[in-house]
Design a protein around this ligand. Sequence first.
Ligand code: DP6
Length: 347
Amino acid sequence: MKAFALAHPNIALVKYWGKRDFAYNLPGAGSLSLTLGGLSTRTCVEFDAALDADSLQLDGKAVESGGKLKRVSQFLDLVRERAGISQHARVISENDFPTGAGLASSASGFAALALAATTAAGLELSATELSILARRGSGSAARSLFGGYVEMNDGVYAIGEDGTKVATRSAEEASKAAYARQIAPAAHWDLRCVIAVTSAGEKDIGSTEGMVSTQNTSPYYEQWIASVPGDIERAAAAVAARDFAALAEVAEASCLRMHASAMGADPGIIYWNATTVALIHAVRKARAGGLPVFFTIDAGPQVKVFCPAEALDECRALLAGTQGVRQILEAHPGEGARLCGDFVSDA
Ligand code: DP6
C-alpha cells in the first residue's frame, strides 16, 4: 500500500481564476496550460493501519498541523472513500524547485498525490478520472496529469455517448465533466519558459483566497469569466499552428484581465512588485524590437517569460539584465504525471 509518483508544475496561458462551486472545486471557466519539464514534485504515499492520523512531510519538514495538512487529509478522504479503505497515510513530498518561486506547487503537488495515493490504495484510475480527482485538491492540478499543451474544461457541458454536448444539471454531474486533456504533446512545440523570481517570500494572498475575494467583491469578475472561452479558442488555435505572435497576444491579455479582475476586488489584490512591472515593460519592448517573448504572471510577483528554444539565451539575458531579478529558472515542455521509483528518478 505504498506508491511513488512524479508530476511537473504547469503554467496557464489562459488563466483559471474563480470557482463555480466550492464543494466540488469547479472552475468558473476553462483554462489552457503548458506542463513544465525540468521542475518536479515527487510524492510517496503509504497507507498504514498502525497510523492514527495522516502525516505529511514537505521538503524534508514535518507539517504538524494547519491548512496544508488538513487539505491533504481531506483529499486522502476522497481516495479512501473511493477505495473503501480506512487506513491513514504517511505522505512525503519533495519539490526540486523553490516553493517561493510562485510555481503553483499545488498543481504538481496534488497531481502527484492523486496518482500516488490512488495507486497505494489499489485503485487503477484513467488519466481523466485522475484529473477529476486532482481538481478536487487544486484546480490547476487537474492539468498537471497531462504532458505538453493542456486544456481544462469547466464542466458546464459533458460529452454524450454520441459525441454531442449535453448540459450538466448539478455540481455533481459537472464535477464528472470538469477535467483536463492534452491538446498537443510536449514535442509539438519547443517553447521555453524562463522564470524570473522577483521576491523570495511566500505569497501574501494564496490563489484560492484571491479568487474567492475576486468573485465575491470585484465588479469585473463576470466580464473576466465571459472573456475566457474566446481566449481558450484563440490560444488552442495558436498552439495548433505554432503561431508565437498569436499566442503572445492572447496569453498576455488573459493574464492582464485576470489581474485586472483581482485588482477590482474590495480591497484590491495586487500581486505585483516594482520588478514585476519593470519586466512587463522590458518584455514588451524586446518584443517590439523583434525578440519573440511574452510574459505571464500568476498569483504572485514572479514573471514567467515564454520564448521559442532558439531565443532562450537572449530571453535569459533580458531577464538577468532587469534590476531586481533575484533568480532565474528555466523549464521546457514536460510530460504528464507518472509513477516513479524511490526519490531517485528521471525528471
Ligand atoms: C493564478 O489551482 O492554485 O495559477 O483550485 O483553489 O487550488 P485552487 O487554485 P489554484 O489556482 C491557480 C491560479 C493561477 C492560474 C492558473 O494556474 O490557471
